[in-house]
Design a protein around this ligand. Structure first.
Ligand code: GDP
Length: 293
């Protein structure tokens, strides 16, 4: 595993060492190789700097200098640190006992909210829940129809009405109770960029509908920007988990690391394709491998 990064690191260390013993400075230099790999994987710049500092301290502390092949040990430290940072992961969702559980999906437009609402509905249905999908994205006119089609495909009920988002969500709760549906998934509006109006709308739903859990849907392809997006949403809404989408593409997954490091909010699921059965639990080990390339 990580042959290329280990080879690069190994070569760098050999060159630096020259004839003498490897020094802590050599390790610092050698870690540039790891730093380059993380930046290439689109990990946020500040996150990379802090991460490399930690690995450097651990590497020197663990006396990798004495090893025949220190690069192997350093790469292991890097891998372990990545896994520790992105975990622990709990793909389970906790549910209320005597009333419907409300899950609120939020995120930027195009992140994959509507699709993920369907995917989550399907996952929960397969676990024996009775989900209701709620079309609370009244900003993007096509979103309501899109969710209705997804509901039809999955055989899941969809609640919609063209009033205002809070009204839609409130009435959806009543509808769920009347129809014995136990899990309400709110597909809320997004914008192309974060703006005050979007945040105000989401805060209003949060305040008045009181969802049990808030999930942020983030497109893994936005790379470095993911950390800023996650931070802004978390500062305003206090997120429970993140769902990272489009990991079937060629995004290296640096977003996963940045989001967790900057917000502390765990990533619960990943989207692995456009199809509705392509939602998987997040696995830090797999992501660490992907990030290291
Ligand atoms: P929304 O604006 O956040 O509701 O985003 P949509 O759910 O409409 O998704 C935007 C686009 O991303 C659509 O074309 C989806 O099919 C696509 N999409 C969503 N999730 C994934 C994923 O995990 N992988 C891929 N490849 N495409 C996805």
């Amino acid at each position: 595993m990580f042959d290329s990064i280990q080879r690069g690191l190994s070569d760098a260390l050999k060159k630096l060492r020259g004839r003498g013993r490897l020094t802590a400075d050599n390790i610092r230099e050698g870690l540039r190789e790891v730093r380059r790999a993380l930046l290439e994987a689109d990990v946020n710049f500040t996150v990379v700097t802090k991460f490399i500092q930690r690995v450097e301290e651990r590497s020197v502390g663990q006396d990798v200098l004495a090893r025949v092949d220190p690069s192997e040990q350093i790469v292991k430290i890097v891998f372990d640190e990545l896994v520790a940072l992105m975990g622990p992961v709990d793909p389970k969702i906790s549910f209320a006992k005597d009333r419907p559980t409300i899950l609120m999906m939020c995120g930027l437009q195009g992140a994959g909210k509507t699709t993920t609402t369907g995917k989550l509905g399907l996952t929960l249905q397969s676990q024996g829940r009775r989900p209701l999908l709620v079309a609370a994205d009244l900003q993007r006119p096509a979103a309501v129809d899109q969710l209705k089609i997804i509901g039809q495909q999955l055989g899941l009920p969809v609640y919609s009405e063209m009033t205002d988002p809070v009204q839609v969500c409130r009435n959806a709760v009543t509808f769920a109770k009347q129809n014995n549906l136990d899990t309400i998934i709110l597909d809320t509006a997004g914008r192309l960029q974060i703006d005050a109006a979007l945040m105000e709308e989401l805060q209003q739903i949060d305040r008045l509908v009181k969802p049990d859990q808030l999930f942020l849907v983030v497109d893994a392809m936005i790379g470095q920007e993911a950390a800023n997006v996650a931070k802004t949403f978390n500062d305003t809404l206090s997120l429970n988990a993140v769902i990272l989408t489009k990991l079937d593409g060629d995004a290296r997954g640096g977003a996963a690391l940045s989001i967790k490091e900057v917000t502390g909010v765990p990533i619960k699921f990943v989207g692995m394709g456009e199809k509705l059965d392509k939602l998987e639990p997040f696995e830090p080990e797999g992501m660490a491998s992907r990030i290291l390339g």
